[in-house]
Design a protein around this ligand. Structure first.
Ligand SMILES: Nc1ncnc2c1ncn2[C@@H]1O[C@H](COP(=O)(O)OP(=O)(O)O)[C@@H](O)[C@H]1O
Ligand SMILES: O=C(O)C1=C[C@@H](OP(=O)(O)O)[C@@H](O)[C@H](O)C1
Ligand SMILES: [Mg+2]
Length: 195
């Protein structure tokens, strides 16, 4: 990478930091969109702390997400998810990756909309299915037809994710490039907001 590229990157990160003024950046979207992995890259590029709400919930409950769903049920998971996100939104200068269902919950969505800048990482069914098929840690997809389940979730959730402040396509390119796409899209968003 040339010196100019490095300067451009840093310049964009600084410009964005000033626009955000400490406000949390929150990633929303389907399972497999890349919220956790792209979010980590994004935080590194912006010099922000990265937090994943699923990891926070697992730490608080001392159980894995599949165990929480199995032993406590989805209702309790969603209530815990909202509490954890409400607490995390009080932090400054963070990138927060949420679980795919968090923004779908009306109360959690209201908290995110009020206290953060939200980005929908969007990907289509084929891309998502290929990615989630790599691991079996998503209890909602433990059905007879996981692809059909994912398709139905997309149908239900896309209109809700569209309420995020902006949308970035999670392309099948290195995750650092997707993080770069998010930074460019955010700067563009703030420019438009100012115009
Ligand atoms: N842009 C990308 N290109 C290729 N693979 C990706 C990309 N983003 C994420 N992945 C992979 O997809 C899987 C799910 O990513 P993850 O970050 O856990 O998604 P989420 O948190 O949105 O469910 C992981 O194996 C990750 O490495
Ligand atoms: O879409 C969902 O409802 C869920 C997504 C998961 O997080 P990721 O989106 O990070 O996979 C996790 O919170 C849980 O399995 C439920
Ligand atoms: Mg995740």
């Amino acid at each position: 990478m040339s010196r100019t590229d490095g300067g451009g990157r840093q310049g964009r990160a600084r410009a964005l930091a000033s626009r955000l003024n400490g406000r949390p950046l929150v990633l929303v979207g389907m399972m497999g969109a890349g919220k956790t992995t792209v979010g980590r890259r994004l935080a590194a590029r912006l010099g922000r702390q990265f937090i994943d709400s699923d990891e926070e919930i697992e730490r608080a409950a001392q159980m894995s997400i599949p165990e929480i769903f199995e032993q406590r049920g989805e209702g309790e998971f969603r209530a815990g998810e909202m509490r954890v996100i409400a607490r995390l939104l009080k932090e400054k200068d963070i990138v927060l990756a949420t679980g795919g269902g968090a923004f779908v919950n009306a109360d959690t969505r209201a908290l995110v909309k009020a206290g953060a800048v939200s980005v929908w990482l969007k990907a289509d069914l084929d891309v998502l299915f290929e990615r989630v098929s790599r691991r079996s840690n998503r209890p909602l997809l433990k059905t007879a037809d996981p692809r059909g389940t994912l398709e139905k979730l997309i149908e239900d959730r896309y209109p809700i994710y569209a309420e995020a402040d902006l949308t970035v396509v999670s392309r099948d390119v290195p995750q650092d490039n997707v993080a770069g796409d998010v930074i460019v899209a955010l700067l563009d968003h703030f420019k438009k907001e100012q115009a």
